[in-house]
Design a protein around this ligand. Structure first.
Ligand code: SF4
Ligand code: SF4
Ligand code: SF4
Length: 291
């Protein structure tokens, strides 16, 4: 039955995905602001408990095990809700859209498994060798906390005057900030799917996670809207596949699909009758686009 251009089921799904996405955005903003506030006020213990990679360094494995299980079930929701660096990247890429008055225009890019492995192995080797510089350079919470400390805590927080200024630490923070802005300005979560060792580890689990984003090729009309809003650039439309190891479960794609052909679901879709795929563009999309 038609319901405002969409079937009642699609209308419900659209509303549900928009609600989930809104909650996700609120949680991610809170998760970005609270650690910054904790650092500014000197409550560093709040901050430390939220780290994943650092928990591995310090032997606090409980947090890591928890997020490993969550990732195996739900995918990389850590990267779309909890990680402040990921939210910071989203803020940068959204700022570009506002400043340049442009719509989202992401495109599928090939994965970079070798780059991911190189950064992960380098961090592990450095860690085993007793150096914490590389691991803390790549660890998202350490990178975020360094930027907050250098740019806000020293000039405005309680640590002012208590910790002497370090040109090396400040330089690393500046280079990190410039790198994050340059990479995410046009490429969204590029850092997440190349440099970040946490993203690489979580990507292994999310590749076969129970719940994942999936395209129904029989309902897809090839409008390209999902690909254009995918900040992980992991939707390969010609093959109707989503690279789950790079998907950060942000629900951007599920909220823009005019035919609810892309969904967050359990199980794997198998194309039994690919000749039934709808490859027409335009007309169906226009008639079913939500008002
Ligand atoms: S990949 Fe790394 S930097 Fe990106 S959101 Fe996940 S943990 Fe944060
Ligand atoms: S596939 Fe969808 S949920 Fe996954 S990162 Fe891309 S837009 Fe977000
Ligand atoms: S119909 Fe949906 S799944 Fe297909 S290209 Fe458009 S937005 Fe993507």
């Amino acid at each position: 039955m038609a319901y405002g251009g969409l079937s009642r089921k699609n209308h419900y799904l659209c509303f549900m995905y928009k609600s989930i996405r809104l909650v996700r955005i609120i949680i991610s903003l809170v998760a970005m602001v609270i650690p910054a506030w904790a650092l500014l006020c000197g409550y560093e213990s709040v901050f430390v408990r939220m780290r994943v990679f650092t928990s591995l360094l310090s032997g606090v494995g409980l947090c890591l095990v928890f997020w490993a299980i969550v990732t195996l079930i739900y995918g990389r929701i850590y990267c779309s809700t909890v990680c402040p660096l990921g939210t910071l990247m989203d803020c940068v890429s959204n700022t570009r859209r506002v400043v340049c008055r442009s719509k989202s225009d992401y495109h599928y890019t090939l994965p970079s498994p070798r780059t991911r492995i190189v950064f992960l192995v380098a961090a592990i080797i450095a860690l085993v060798g007793g150096s914490v510089f590389l691991p803390t350079l790549f660890d998202p919470y350490s990178a975020y906390s360094r930027m907050i400390e250098e740019f806000f805590v020293r000039p405005f927080g309680r640590a002012y005057g208590a910790v002497s200024f370090s040109i090396s630490s400040f330089s690393v923070a500046v280079v990190t900030a410039l790198g994050i802005v340059a990479a995410s300005w046009r490429r969204g979560r590029l850092v997440c799917n190349t440099v970040c060792p946490v993203g690489t580890v979580l990507g292994v689990g999310s590749k076969r996670s129970y719940f994942h984003i999936e395209i129904d090729p029989d309902k897809c009309i090839n409008c390209g809207k999902c690909e254009s809003v995918c900040k992980a650039q992991c939707i390969k439309l010609p093959e109707k596949t989503v690279d789950a190891s790079r998907c950060v479960v942000c629900f951007n794609c599920t909220t823009v699909c005019p035919n609810q052909a892309i969904n967050y679901k359990s199980g794997r879709y198998h194309i039994d009758m690919p000749m039934l795929q709808n490859i027409s563009q335009g007309s169906a999309a226009q008639t079913s686009t939500p008002k």
